[in-house]
Design a protein around this ligand. Structure first.
Ligand code: FMN
Length: 209
């Protein structure tokens, strides 16, 4: 295979970012709800997102700095309050999820702007997205900055205090039914993927025999 070596430190930040998101794909999307200290809410999608462990249940997403180096509203709110709710947007919420990535003024809630409904959380202040079939109430564990300036990472690590799962998605064994969840993922450029049953395959773990 003919390959080309690309060195991020020799690239423009925009080029490095575009390359990165086209290589680490598809990514799940955390639709993160936070509150400012005065209670005003905020909602934005974050696809630098994953799970990290189950004892305790741990998740991470990265809020990169804006291109002018400012921190995003989500990061400011998590720093101030230590709480957030991760909602999952299936295919039917993709358009609304995308609309909430618009850079509104600090304090303007994307929630109202795109017409979503609030559902109260049990353990944290930020409400859930009522339309979302999967929500996770989280308490901040740690914020780990990596780099400074435009598009530098701020890893927000959280502990999941509780899950809210739509009954229609929950299998008797207590897991989400991937065949009906209609998950989406983010890839490079403006590409997304939809996890339709035809796109999925199963593979059992090797038994070691
Ligand atoms: C699908 C999708 C995924 C995104 N993922 C991230 C991400 O992982 N990290 C990030 O900093 N911004 C990401 N963004 C951009 C933010 O959503 C955007 O900057 C938003 O305005 C931030 O809102 P806030 O300032 O209210 O937190 C993503 C946008 C979209 C549409």
């Amino acid at each position: 295979m003919l390959t080309r070596t690309l060195v991020p430190s020799e690239m423009d930040v925009r080029e490095a970012y575009a390359l990165l998101i086209s290589c680490v794909a598809p990514r799940p999307i955390a639709w993160v709800r936070t509150c400012a200290p005065d209670g005003r809410t905020n909602l934005a999608p974050y696809s630098f997102f994953n799970a990290g462990g189950a004892n305790p249940v741990s998740v991470v997403f990265s809020c990169t700095n804006f291109r002018d180096g400012r921190p995003k509203d989500t990061l400011r709110n998590v720093q101030a309050t230590g709480e957030f709710v991760i909602n999952i947007a299936p295919y039917w919420l993709a358009e609304k999820m995308n609309q909430t990535s618009f850079e509104y003024e600090y304090g303007v809630c994307e929630f109202e702007a795109v017409g979503l409904t609030r559902a109260p959380s049990l353990y944290v202040q930020p409400p859930r997205v009522a339309e979302s079939p999967i929500s996770m109430e989280c308490r901040l564990f740690q914020i780990v900055p990596h780099g400074t300036g435009p598009v530098a990472a701020n890893y927000v690590i959280g502990e999941v205090l509780c899950f809210h799962i739509a009954e229609s998605l929950l299998k008797p064994e207590g897991v989400v039914d991937d065949l009906v969840a209609d998950f989406i993922g983010r890839m490079g450029e403006s590409w997304y993927v939809r996890a339709t049953p035809e796109a999925m395959f199963r593979m059992e773990r090797p038994t070691g025999k």
